[in-house]
Design a binder for this molecule. Structure first.
Ligand code: IPD
Ligand code: CA
Ligand code: CA
Ligand code: CA
Length: 265
């Protein structure tokens, strides 16, 4: 486990937000739900969890900026630090009673993600990472998978909400990956997809049309677990392109090559 004042702040915040989510998941049919766009829902649980995170992080680090999924951007006085906050990653799973969702917080310092915490309250799995200090699942140090052959690999991906993003391209990419990968999974939480790459449950993962709060924490988790993360186009920092491809060194390279070939065709 990582013991640092920063990690204590992050872990306390995600655990506190997750307490409400666990409660609300038990009576999800009573939650107030509204639609942000076609197929894109937000519930009172998302909003409450975000308030808990915002208040906890503002209290602990008053000057830092915040990028919040449900409440937008809060500019900080400290321009070099920004939190990227997803209070409930996997809202569709949550609202359908599928027990696979997480709270995710990543910290950006001078354009680089330097710390992340992702908490799955149903499985009681806390994934944390800080630059130079490693990545952990609960108390276990993480390492990405050692598989080298795409034919053996389990590859995660994500699909954008209806009306957002490029579905025809995704279908071509998925076809190309399915033709060579051992298996594919669309699990429904970008944060957990990346946490699963960090701990070797998935061998690789890609998704486009994301927001920074979907993947910020995942970036540092995968890197600190010895993996590689770029944008889906292979650009070194995924924050600006807002897409992700990740895996161990070899499978990340192979995945990006497949995506590039589809792009060029
Ligand atoms: C979504 C999830 C999903 C991914 C979507 C995200 P939300 O986040 O991470 O796995 O495919 O692109 O928007 O809306 O559940 O926080
Ligand atoms: Ca999300
Ligand atoms: Ca969310
Ligand atoms: Ca959402």
């Amino acid at each position: 486990m990582i013991s640092s004042p920063l990690m204590t702040v992050m872990v306390d915040a995600v655990r506190k937000a997750a307490r409400g989510l666990r409660r609300d998941f038990g009576e999800v049919e009573n939650l107030q739900v509204s639609r942000k766009g076609p197929g894109d829902f937000v519930s009172a649980a998302d909003r409450k969890a975000e308030e808990v995170l915002r208040d906890a992080l503002l209290k602990a680090r008053p000057g830092y900026g915040l990028v919040l999924e449900e409440n937008g951007i809060i500019e900080g006085t400290d321009k070099s630090h920004t939190w990227h906050i997803d209070p409930l990653d996997g809202t569709s799973n949550f609202l359908h009673g599928v027990p696979h969702f997480a709270v995710s917080v990543g910290l950006e310092r001078e354009g680089q993600i330097v710390a992340g915490a992702i908490f799955d309250p149903i499985k009681d799995e806390l994934f944390v990472a800080e630059r130079g200090k490693g990545a952990y699942l609960n108390n276990r140090r993480l390492r990405v998978s050692g598989r080298q052959d795409m034919a053996d690999a389990l590859v995660g991906y994500g699909t954008p909400y209806l009306g957002r993003g490029s579905h025809p391209r995704l279908l071509r990419e998925l076809g190309a990956v399915m033709a060579v990968a051992g298996g594919t999974r669309r699990m429904g939480s970008a944060a957990l997809d990346m946490a699963y790459v960090a701990c070797g449950r998935l061998d690789a993962y890609w998704e486009r049309d994301l927001q920074t709060y979907d993947f910020a924490a995942g970036v540092i988790l995968v890197r600190e677990a010895g993996g590689f993360v770029t944008s889906a186009d292979g650009a070194a920092e995924p924050l600006a392109p807002r897409s992700v491809a990740c895996g161990n060194e070899g499978l990340h390279r192979d995945l990006v090559a497949i995506l590039k070939k589809v792009q060029a065709a």
